[in-house]
Design a protein around this ligand. Structure first.
Ligand SMILES: Nc1nc2c(c(=O)[nH]1)N[C@@H](CN(C=O)c1ccc(C(=O)N[C@@H](CCC(=O)O)C(=O)O)cc1)CN2
Length: 300
């Protein structure tokens, strides 16, 4: 079997088109211009790229984009003060602090400082709880992107056996909630799971979010499984020249594509969906802040 390639880049492009339509409606029908503030601390090159892309795509869909760059040695109190200032700013409907933050800053303190009404990452305890019990609000961007790709490819997810590899707060845990909501039977596997290949072989849907380059092999998969690869790992690529690197996922794409029914590539799969879903969440929070019902096509 050669798997269907799920094109996350194309899906994200179409999603941004729909988001631009919702922005236009908020502006013309309600006089609201959604605003997203992105905060980056330090100069990590990958984070710089993500934040630049977030700011650019925010402006492209017609929203106001506010970018705040703080030095890597900024005191934690100064970052928290900026978050409080953004909480109080009526032009800002979404706040995102790019992770990871430098070691001297407690990420939990930063997350808890964000007003849950503006928490477009859905990292705050209030929003994690809302996702768990199915109340309206923002949904963690990467899991939301995975869910949209799965629904688009499979239609209904009901009754499917889903195995998530990884139990992070960012991906594994919210992904579990979303798949349960869609009536999947969900297993969350992790680094201590015994007989991991055997567990994964039971799955109709595999979400790999473990952070280990090319760990999931083709012979771990059930024939026809749908594989969503969340991993973004930079590995040496001597074939491209000395010191060069390339991006790979947590799945060994070549062997997995021989067995899977469908698979997301890296790059071009889940990554672009993360940023598109951030914009979707900003529409959700801008709507809720203004007492409007968020568009149902942008959320879980
Ligand atoms: N506050 C947050 N911090 C981080 C999040 C997050 O959702 N919120 N997620 C990741 C990084 N991330 C977004 O911030 C992100 C990662 C990857 C991509 C992406 O488009 N990847 C491309 C490849 C890009 C490349 O060449 O490096 C792809 O997969 O095609 C977008 C966003 C950690 N931090």
């Amino acid at each position: 079997m050669t798997a269907h390639i799920i094109d996350g880049k194309l899906f994200a492009e179409n999603l941004r088109g729909r988001i631009a339509g919702h922005v236009e409606r908020l502006k013309t029908e309600h006089g609201i211009t959604p605003g997203l503030a992105v905060v980056i601390v330090g100069t990590d090159p990958a984070s710089q790229v993500y934040v630049t892309n977030k700011a650019k795509q925010t402006a492209e869909v017609g929203m106001n984009s506010f970018k705040h760059e703080l030095p890597g040695d900024v005191p934690e109190a100064e970052l928290l003060a900026l978050v409080h200032q953004l909480n109080a700013d009526p032009a800002v409907h979404g706040i995102l602090v790019q992770m990871p933050v430098p070691k001297h800053i407690d990420p939990n303190k930063v997350i808890e400082a964000i007003d849950p009404m503006k928490d477009v990452d859905s990292f705050t305890p209030a929003n994690v709880g809302k996702v768990q019990i199915g109340l309206p609000g923002p949904v963690s961007c990467t899991p939301l992107g995975c869910l949209m790709l799965l629904r688009d490819h499979l239609g209904k997810l009901e009754g499917k056996n889903a195995v998530i590899i990884g139990r992070s707060n960012l991906v594994g845990k919210p992904m579990m909630q979303l798949l349960l909501r869609d009536n999947c039977t969900v297993t969350v596997a992790h680094s201590r799971t015994e007989n991991l290949p055997e567990v994964v072989r039971q799955a109709d849907i595999v979400v790999a979010a473990v952070g280990r380059p090319q760990m999931v092999k083709g012979d771990w998969l059930k024939a026809g499984a749908v594989v969503i690869d969340v991993g973004i790992n930079r590995v040496p690529a001597p074939e491209k020249g000395e010191g060069k690197t390339r991006l790979v996922g947590d799945v060994d794409f070549a062997s997995a594509a021989e067995v899977a029914g469908a698979i997301t590539p890296v790059p071009g799969g889940v990554g672009p969906m993360t940023i598109a879903c951030l914009l979707a969440n900003t529409i959700t929070t801008a709507s809720l802040i203004n007492g409007l019902v968020p568009p149902s096509d942008l959320t879980a």
